[in-house]
Ligand binder design. Structure first.
Ligand SMILES: Cc1ncc(COP(=O)(O)O)c(C=O)c1O
Length: 460
């Protein structure tokens, strides 16, 4: 304890300062142990971890790294900022926003696009529940559009679903394939609607030479463990439009850290509103910025494998291959076709398994699946977080003439194709010989159960 009273004279009057400097040596908040914990999560052996510890324990980490997306400098020198920069370059857009998940990306995009009470968004019958769910989370009403033989939103069926309440069309690029965007964008432009592309299942694919996500008004990606790129949980929104980007930011970072002048009054109506925190974690960004650099190679490998196989497949009267809207832009981590009947699909899947080829058909063992509209129960049951908090019966929606019912059978093409399609999972690391053996196996199985026919639809 300090007892002498030299401090009686105030430092401002020339006395000795009471606390000239801190003596204690702070340890970084995030340091070696956290770093090693990550290394441990990677599965390094005890020996490798010990060597790593020895190698890095002498490093002076100072106050330690800041693992937040926003830093005090502008632009922030963070992995989150680097991730967004890389996304802008890769997808050829001026604006990108890293967020905490693909679902968060969709939520931000819906809000940015003006989805809210009394509005509707057209979503595909096949895709993933999150797209329709985020319409509801924004207090809008999803309207399901049936698909065609590409498994994507059928452009011919979109226009009939447009009402005075519609604000956006949100097509999904399904399972490594590409949606036919041109007619959808054309319809949207004619009706003054926005297009929100859900690219979670097809990142790195392209439509008529442009990266998916950059064709419509907003592109949403999941960069997660379950997708072809991603670490744990991450997401991305891209756009050409500064205001859409600002509104997406405002929703994702309601604390205002995204703004250069955090507390400045709104510059225009619609810039500031109550949002939430969907910030991308800096740890995730550190992984995902690298994952983005790997995307082109991953897509190129999948594409090469799929087309090597497709080029060798024979035509059969009972087999309709999935229609590819843009073969050049296809990723191709699955290969799909529709046997004429479910019974035939069953025989084909069984025989493919015996050949060693991983194939599945949903209709053989039907169980709820959130990739098809009729099974998206929280939507079809029209529930909210509370009875009064669901957009389907809001007075505003009713006043605008809105009324929606959901039931199996309302998108019959989706029901039918989803049940009998055979999906074969491909691997980007297949060698040419692997691909050739798969092609051989598929041809062998189809020839055993189907009728060769030059008039049957081709694979390419
Ligand atoms: C088409 C589609 N949209 C959105 C999502 C949601 O992404 P996340 O799991 O990152 O929230 C997924 C994830 O499966 C998806 O497939």
């Amino acid at each position: 304890m300090i007892t002498h009273v030299q401090a009686a004279r105030l430092a401002r009057d020339g006395g000795e300062p009471a606390f000239p400097a801190m003596e204690g040596k702070p340890q970084p908040k995030i340091g070696l142990e956290e770093f090693l914990s990550i290394a441990e999560r990677f599965g390094f052996s005890d020996d490798a971890l010990a060597r790593l510890r020895a190698a890095v324990s002498e490093e002076d980490l100072g106050p330690g790294p800041n693992l937040a997306k926003y830093a005090t400098s502008y632009p922030p020198n963070t992995k989150g900022a680097a991730f967004e920069q890389k996304a802008r370059e890769l997808f050829g857009v001026p604006y990108a926003l890293g967020v905490s998940s693909g679902t968060a990306a969709l939520h931000c995009a819906m809000i940015a696009a003006g989805v809210g009470p009394g509005t509707e968004v057209i979503v595909p019958a096949i895709g993933f529940y999150a797209t329709a769910a985020m319409v509801v989370a924004a207090k809008g009403v999803p309207i399901f559009c049936d698909v065609d033989e590409s498994l994507h939103m059928d452009p011919h069926k979109v226009e009939a679903l447009i009402t005075p309440r519609t604000v956006a069309i949100a097509p999904t690029h399904v399972m490594g394939s590409i949606c036919d965007l041109a007619p959808i964008v054309e319809i949207a432009r004619r009706h003054g609607l926005l297009v929100i592309e859900d690219c979670a299942q097809s990142p790195g694919g392209s439509y008529r030479g442009k990266p998916v996500g950059s064709v419509g008004d907003l592109g949403c990606f999941s960069i997660s463990a379950y997708k072809i790129i991603g670490g744990g949980e991450g997401g991305l929104v891209i756009t050409h439009d500064e205001r859409l980007w600002e509104r997406a930011n405002q929703f994702a970072e309601a604390g205002g850290l995204w703004r250069r002048d955090r507390f400045a009054p709104p510059r225009y109506a619609g810039e500031l509103f109550n949002g939430t925190n969907y910030r991308m974690s800096e740890l995730e960004a550190a992984v995902d910025v690298i994952q983005l650099t790997k995307l082109a190679g991953i897509v190129q490998r999948y594409h090469a494998v799929k087309f090597r196989i497709l080029e060798q497949l024979k035509r059969f009267a009972e087999i309709t291959p999935q229609k590819l809207n843009d073969p050049a832009g296809e990723i191709g981590y699955t290969l799909r076709f529709y046997p004429a009947t479910l019974e035939l699909a069953g025989k084909i899947v069984e025989a493919l398994h015996a050949e060693g080829i991983r194939a599945g058909c949903h209709g053989l063992h039907p169980k709820p699946d959130w990739h098809i509209y009729a099974d998206m129960f929280p939507i079809t049951l029209k529930t909210g977080t509370m009875p009064a908090d669901q957009p389907f019966d809001l007075p505003l929606y009713r006043e605008r003439g809105g009324h929606v019912e959901y039931h199996r059978g309302q998108c019959p093409v989706a029901d039918d194709l989803f049940a009998r399609m055979v999906s074969i999972s491909l691997n980007q690391w297949y060698t040419l010989r692997d691909a050739d053996r798969i092609a051989l196996g598929i041809n062998k199985v189809l020839a055993a159960y189907c009728t060769p026919s030059a008039a049957a639809p081709g694979w390419l």
